[in-house]
Design a protein around this ligand. Sequence first.
Ligand code: ZN
Length: 213
Amino acid sequence: MIDLYCERLGPGLLAEPINAASNLAFFIAAWKSWLLIKDRESIGYEGFLLVGLIITIGIGSTLFHSYATNWAKQLDIIPILLFQLCFVWFYILKVIELNYSKTAIIVIALFTASHLTRQFPHLLNGSLIYAPAFCVIITLAIVHYYQKKNNPTLLISATAIFALSLFFRTIDNAICSYLTIGSHFLWHILNGVLIYLVMKALFTNWPAQRHLS
Ligand SMILES: [Zn+2]
């Protein structure tokens, strides 16, 4: 059994009820994102892929907070990383409109940095692995604002939500003696909000015409 979180006191499928239930936020984010894109004809497989990954994040995280095993941990980690990589790929290619090679360099750098930070799970209660994604979202927020995209401050709001969610993820074990449920569930809920905001930033700036490629 892997016991990373304050709420878990022992083995058992229902040992983290609030952590598990708060994954509902990801399914709501997937549903809200789907409503956002379903009538936009210029959005192709990209919308399905990202919404599918959000649902997978919810399933993977629910399994991890229920089974708390190594295989479930991988199901928790991999969909989040895939969502980050696919989102950054589509955002840079479609909204900032960099070319394929520059976009690939940024996505590979994000993947490499995420892999490197994974070697230090003891730092910041394991939150260090999200530092590369946080750096990317800050950069995209600045570009989004100065390029006067639709909803120009949306990614700034997303960055603030991400900072807050990382804070609650990091202090989970430290506050355990004061609050027995910990604060990891707030990481889930705020990340549901974060995911919806970044999806909105991407798809309200999506090119009106589908480019054949
Ligand atoms: Zn979690």
